[in-house]
Design a binder for this molecule. Structure first.
Ligand code: 5AD
Length: 469
């Protein structure tokens, strides 16, 4: 049977899509090749969020074409995912040796199309059509592949985004928001737990908008905890958004230990979600809240729908509801029109919030997005300079926060051997920090306590012996 190698660029959603395609192909009798050179089929699952990600995948494909022509004529080469969706046929026009271009609503057709290409019944396939109900087709998992994936799994709960931030290409690559049903998602989670999974990350481009179009918010009696003076607890019932209803339902699954989600929008952190962090013990104290900018003027130009003050308010409420919660963010520097003063607002907000980590992106103009046409595009040199300044600040704060763990005891879920050093095992704290320790196979999949002895770059080093005597 043919073998396939899939290389993934971009976000966790892309990782999940690749896993589902791999699982689908394995179920159809394909094997997973150990390298590109050894594979009958090579697929690049692509990202379009920034130009750099697109360039990387296109350069990779050029190399693959060169190698295939030299060493492996007949090798099937394909693009999947976001760039496939946004560029379509153009990718084959540029590189005529590419055989397959498969969009974000068509992952479930991969096996069928590859069979046709391998059999020679079709020469080229481009399928980037929209397909109703495709959001429910990413459900196969490959738990027997790497040891790590069997402990922790991603579950796709919705696709697409209607927010239309002016910088963002995602509405064009992933389409309109479509959500799976709660029973369908819960059935998938239950099946994963029955197969040994202990941690589930619920995934979507804007998970906090889950089910908004299909499910009403429901009321629930008095919230049991205090969220502070301006929170909703003065009213007798709290409205639970469909996303929080989903969290509640997934939380009931016996044997599941930890729940995470990504990626949310700040506007989704209503009191119901903040209260869920305090109420649901399995919901890990880790929140990614994409800030993008600390300047209200820029936030408005970005069409983000919140202000600096609103953002700070969310962080404050979360920390009150769940002390010690890990807070991470995404920030764009050099958005069109961003002045030094705007940028300094971002620096000051980063200082104020003290993020546990922040992913910083230099603004990259994307085709057919409003921001690409805005006046006052910021020169690359300034974007680079701001990137560096913000990165220094964020790293300094993050390092201090990591150091604060030294001497503390934390609970980790052990994922498996470390990639770099097989004698070391790797796990994650509930607030999503990576911990390395001297472990063995028997630790795999265990929830255990370790004492943090020292820190490395975005890593904690733990000792289980001290606390598990
Ligand atoms: N340029 C730079 N960064 C971007 N992101 C999204 N679009 C762009 C763009 N055009 C960043 C945002 C988002 C993260 C996934 O990627 O910060 O949260």
């Amino acid at each position: 049977m043919p073998s396939v190698f899939i290389k993934t660029y971009g976000c966790q959603m892309n990782e999940r899509d690749s896993e589902a395609v791999a699982a689908q192909l394995v179920a159809k009798g394909y094997s997973l090749a150990p390298s590109e050179a050894a594979a009958d089929v090579v697929l690049l699952n692509t990202c379009s969020v920034r130009d750099l990600a697109e360039q990387k995948a296109m350069n990779k494909m050029k190399n693959l074409v060169g190698m295939a022509n030299k060493n492996r004529p007949g090798q099937i080469l394909g693009y999947l995912g976001c760039m496939a969706q946004s560029r379509g046929q153009e990718l084959i026009d540029k590189l005529p040796d590419v055989d397959l271009v498969l969009g974000t609503q068509k992952f479930h057709r991969a096996a069928e199309y590859l069979d046709e290409l391998l059999a020679g019944t079709r020469k080229k396939i481009v399928d980037v059509e929209a397909e109703a109900k495709s959001e429910a087709t990413i459900r196969e998992h490959l738990l027997n592949g790497s040891a790590k994936t069997s402990v922790s799994a991603f579950v796709s709960i919705m696709q697409g985004c209607n927010q239309h931030c002016t910088f963002c290409i995602v509405p064009a690559t992933r389409g309109e928001e479509r959500s799976r049903t709660i029973p369908d998602i819960v059935a998938e989670c239950r099946e994963l737990v029955a197969r040994g999974v202990r941690e589930i990350t619920l995934l979507g481009q804007i998970v906090t908008s889950f089910g908004k179009r299909d499910l009403p918010a429901i009321g629930r009696a008095d919230p049991p905890i205090s969220l502070g003076p301006d929170a909703q607890q003065c009213v007798p019932t709290m409205q639970l958004s469909p996303f929080v209803q989903l969290l509640d339902t997934v939380h009931e699954i016996q044997g599941l230990e930890r729940i995470r989600f990504t990626s949310p929008h700040p506007k989704g952190y209503g009191d119901d979600l903040i209260e869920a962090f305090a109420r649901l013990p399995k919901l890990c104290e880790s929140a990614h809240i994409p800030l993008q900018s600390g300047s209200d003027r820029i936030l408005k130009l970005m069409h983000r729908g919140y202000t600096r003050e609103k953002f700070l308010n969310i962080v404050e409420k979360l920390r009150r509801a769940k002390p010690g919660i890990g807070i991470t963010t995404d920030i764009i520097v050099g958005f069109p029109g961003e002045t030094e003063e705007d940028f300094e607002m971002t620096l000051s907000l980063a200082r104020e919030v003290q993020f546990d980590n922040a992913y910083i992106f230099k603004y990259s103009p994307r085709r057919d997005t409003p921001a690409a046409e805005m006046p006052d595009q910021v020169p690359l040199a300034i974007r680079e300079e701001r990137n560096e300044r913000l990165l220094n600040l964020v790293n300094e704060i993050a390092a201090r926060k990591y150091d604060a763990f030294i001497g503390r005891q934390v609970e980790i879920l052990v994922e498996g051997p470390s990639k770099k050093n097989a004698a070391r095992y790797t796990g994650r704290t509930r607030c999503n920090r990576i911990v390395l320790f001297d472990g063995s196979q028997r630790h795999q999949g265990q929830l255990m306590d370790v004492k943090i002895e020292r820190t490395g770059s975005f890593t904690l080093y733990g000792d289980p012996a001290v606390v598990n005597l």
